[in-house]
Design a binder for this molecule. Structure first.
Ligand SMILES: Nc1ncnc2c1ncn2[C@@H]1O[C@H](COP(=O)(O)OP(=O)(O)OP(=O)(O)O)[C@@H](O)[C@H]1O
Ligand SMILES: [Mg+2]
Length: 301
């Protein structure tokens, strides 16, 4: 048991170092460089921005890149009804309180408080899914840059504190809405959509560094994912993630089969494996036959 713990501790330290060393890989062009610049403008102008875009368009990555370039940590929360204010701010650890009382040493800070104290970028993902009560607890931090911590007092945020909301467009996030009060605090809205073809191809390449995938194959993958974005039968189309997955899986399958290049059969197979889970069709449409038809139509049979 002792040695198992020691082993875990050693590996954990190693993994911590690995995370610190990892650099953000981003294609910072067009909408991404525009968005990056506006984030900077917002921060300088003291305005809180929201980034709105469909799943997998690079919202999280952009924030990571922004935090990295400005030498700060990114703190992160994803909203849902189960999130309580204490998940954002932090809470006292009862067993430490028992021994040492309600002091700072007994307090385990949450991501919002950490970013306010350390001066970090605070990404609020899907803030619209937070209960209204929790959304209201963000008004003070967002508007005044201050927060009251139970029993410890009210603090003023570090200069480097920069909150950013990210969310999917309303039509994709169901019935959840941002409360009027919180919406009012978000002053600038940055839209991310699906990137232009050349940019998306570059993104796929960046995310498949260990494979050599021909331009012809990349074009076909792009043709397929972009077809899902114009189909009226599809409510949630293929994201950039799906394109990357198809590229990686088809390249790996080709390697396993010892084929020279990605064949039509392999590309169709890989695409089907990815798209059955990546797409959401309109109610009443059967996913599997619809995906098969889509793949056949786009890639040919
Ligand atoms: N500009 C880009 N450069 C490089 N890779 C990108 C870029 N945009 C997106 N990606 C890749 O696409 C994938 C999805 O990006 P990310 O997780 O940032 O999307 P998201 O908008 O936060 O999605 P979600 O709404 O699901 O949280 C990641 O694998 C990321 O590396
Ligand atoms: Mg994200």
């Amino acid at each position: 048991m002792q040695s198992e713990m020691a082993e875990f501790k050693k590996n954990f330290e190693e993994r911590l170092a690995a995370a610190k060393k990892e650099k953000v890989k981003i294609v910072l062009k067009e909408q991404y460089s525009d968005a990056f610049d506006v984030l900077e403008d917002c921060e300088n102008a003291n305005l809180i921005p929201g980034i709105i875009g469909p799943p997998g368009t690079g919202k999280t990555l952009l924030l990571r890149a922004y935090a990295e370039k400005t030498g700060r940590d990114l703190y992160w929360v994803t909203g849902d009804e189960g999130v309580r204010p204490s998940h954002l701010t932090g809470a006292f650890n009862p067993s430490i309180v028992l021994n040492k009382g309600f002091g700072l040493e007994a307090f385990e800070p949450g991501p919002l408080l950490k970013s306010m104290v350390n001066g970090g970028v605070f990404g609020l993902n899907e803030g619209n899914r937070l209960s209204e009560y929790v959304q209201n607890s963000l008004l003070d931090p967002f508007e005044e840059g201050s927060i009251s911590v139970q029993r410890l007092g009210r603090i003023k945020a570090n200069e480097g504190f920069f909150p950013v909301l990210t969310m999917n467009p309303e039509e994709m996030s169901g019935a959840h809405r941002l409360s009027e009060a919180l919406r009012d605090r978000i002053r600038v809205w940055i839209r991310l959509g699906y990137p232009r073809k050349q940019t998306e191809l570059e993104i796929i390449k960046m995310n498949t560094p260990e494979y050599t995938i021909s331009d012809a194959t990349l074009e076909r993958i792009y043709g397929l994912v972009s077809a899902t974005r114009v189909s009226t039968d599809i409510e949630i189309p293929a994201s950039i993630r799906a394109g990357i997955s198809i590229a990686r899986l088809s390249a790996e399958m080709t390697k396993r089969k010892k084929e020279k290049s990605v064949s039509h059969a392999t590309l169709s197979e890989a695409s089907t494996y990815v798209l059955v889970g990546a797409l959401r069709f309109r109610p009443g449409i059967d996913t599997e036959p619809a995906v098969n038809a889509l793949v056949r139509r786009s890639l040919g049979s």
